[in-house]
Design a protein around this ligand. Structure first.
Ligand code: NDP
Length: 476
């Protein structure tokens, strides 16, 4: 018997992905550099479906029906190149290599081009949902050729999460498009988590609520428009007590957030594209700030406000205000992420359909949320939408939230609770809607010190003022 697909790299992700294929009736060849992992998988889960274990690369390739479909689930970076180099020489034109690791999209573009030269399809595929998702249905973001997707797509649709009968997978676009979209997904995830963390911090320090009480607030939010996986797990974490000390679990975790780098990649990519993803950037920087224990220790004694808490009417409406600020800031974070997707799509000629992206993020992935239906609707209504902020639904929600949003940011500043995510989202909103920006002054300064020229609001042309001379205006 031959396998319809093969998975090499059987750590948590690969092993669960292989099981997912097998459970859906696809005979799956399995291989791992360290053969013990392969054996362990078949010993433990062999009864779940047809697994064809392979010890060597040759055995693995021989086990696959043609055209061969070979999924790589190894550590991203150099190991991926090493594994490609191990298998590519054993493959034949028309075969495909599917990289499900968290590769950088520029690596995927490079690998795709190199393998295309050799007649092989390379399908860089973003997979989100962690190990549980890999087993029960992830959100899958494949790039690569449309030809490869034709035969691979139906198998991915089998194993993906489904929402309202629609599988959370689509052919995102050529070469690196899938990994690019996965990267931005992770960036948005950073922003979303940061906003949730700020909400918690405000409820804790603004109202003096204990984590268990805040868990209740999040549970309420989870039954409304913020209904999402991240809000749900936030409530679970906040309600959890540490077994050893009996204290709220969140209080015994060291307050230094780590990162694996996809948020940073998103921001680096956005800088290159000139897209202001300030919400994602603040989230990355906030994790970074939290990790600078030495700086924090040095600064701890600096003066802050007097430690007051909210009272009276301010306190009464505060939880609702924070919900409004969270929803509004979330709209901004997603608007920024989708801006980056559209800019990347234009830069690399990917023709990504943003509405489709929102659709496949509704299930399986970490940012899955009811909210994403709204984004799909927005792009369905208007595929040329300049920014999500101006979609009817979102514009109305922002309008309704803005007073509360401003109160929350002002309150945070007054109480000394850091809310970079809320603040930058509000600044982005105000920046985009401003009639005039002080960018005019910036541009004038640039002309003053560097003769960088400027354009005028009242007529066409490029101008320079002779700042060091008689200050007359010249045309450049
Ligand atoms: P790891 O990223 O921890 O990678 C371990 C696997 O890579 C093992 O199978 C290991 O083999 C193999 N490997 C490492 N170096 C080499 C090499 N030079 N040659 C051959 N094989 C090598 O595993 P995960 O399952 O966590 O993740 C797999 C991929 O999926 C990664 O790219 C990750 O970024 C991505 N991903 C992970 C998610 C998660 O939640 N963990 C979510 C989404 C994507 P050996 O057993 O021999 O050491």
């Amino acid at each position: 018997q031959q396998a319809r697909i093969g998975v090499t790299g059987l750590a948590v992700m690969g092993r669960n992905l292989a099981r997912n294929f097998a459970r859906h009736g696809h005979p799956v060849a399995v291989h791992n550099r360290t053969a013990a992992r392969t054996k362990a998988l078949v010993d433990e889960f062999g009864h779940e479906g047809d697994f064809i274990p392979a010890e060597t690369a040759e055995e693995f390739v021989a086990a696959l029906e043609r055209p061969r479909r070979l999924v790589i689930m190894v550590k991203a970076g150099a190991p991926t190149d090493a594994v490609i180099e191990e298998f590519a020489p054993l493959l034949e034109p028309g075969d495909m290599i599917i990289d499900g690791g968290n590769a950088h999209f520029l690596d995927t573009r490079r690998r795709e081009a190199a393998l295309r030269e050799r007649g092989l399809h390379f399908v860089g595929t973003g997979i989100s949902g962690g190990e549980e998702g890999a087993l029960h249905g992830p959100s899958i973001m494949p790039g690569g050729s449309a030809e490869a997707y034709q035969t691979l797509g139906p198998m991915l649709e089998d194993i993906a999460a489904t929402v309202d009968g629609t599988p959370c997978v689509t052919h995102v676009g050529p070469d690196g498009a899938g990994h690019f979209v996965k990267m931005v997904h992770n960036g948005i995830e950073y922003a979303d988590m940061q906003l949730i963390a700020e909400s918690y911090d405000l409820l804790r320090h603004g109202l003096g609520l204990e984590p268990a009480a805040i868990a209740e607030v999040f549970r309420t939010w989870d039954s409304g428009r913020l209904d999402s996986y991240l809000i749900e797990i936030t409530a679970e974490v906040l309600a959890h007590s540490d077994a050893a000390t009996g204290r709220p679990f969140v209080d015994v975790v060291l307050d230094q957030a780590e990162q694996k780098g996809t948020g940073r990649w998103t921001v680096q990519g956005a800088l290159d594209l000139g897209v202001p993803v300030s919400g994602i950037a603040e989230a990355v920087f906030s994790r970074s700030l939290s990790g600078h224990a030495d700086l924090r220790a040095a600064a701890r004694g600096l003066p802050g406000p007097s430690g007051e808490r909210l009272s009276g009417a301010d306190a009464e409406r505060f939880a609702d205000d924070v919900e409004q600020a969270l929803y509004a800031s979330k709209i901004v974070a997603y608007a920024q992420g989708f801006h980056q997707i559209q800019a990347g799509s234009a830069e690399y000629g990917w023709s990504i359909d943003p509405g489709q992206v929102a659709t496949i993020w509704r299930g399986g992935c970490i940012i899955r949320a009811v909210f994403l239906n709204r984004i799909t609707d927005a792009y369905r209504k208007n595929p040329e939408l300049a920014t999500l902020l101006v979609d009817d639904h979102f514009a109305e929600a922002l309008g309704a939230a803005q007073d509360a949003w401003r109160r929350v940011v002002a309150t945070a500043a007054r109480l000394g609770v850091p809310t970079p995510g809320f603040a930058t989202a509000l600044a982005y909103y105000d920046g985009l809607r401003a009639e005039r920006l002080p960018a005019a002054l910036t541009q004038a300064q640039r002309d003053f010190f560097g003769a960088h020229t400027y354009r005028r609001a009242d007529r066409d042309g490029v101008f320079h003022t002779l700042w060091g001379g008689d200050r007359s205006e010249t045309t450049a």
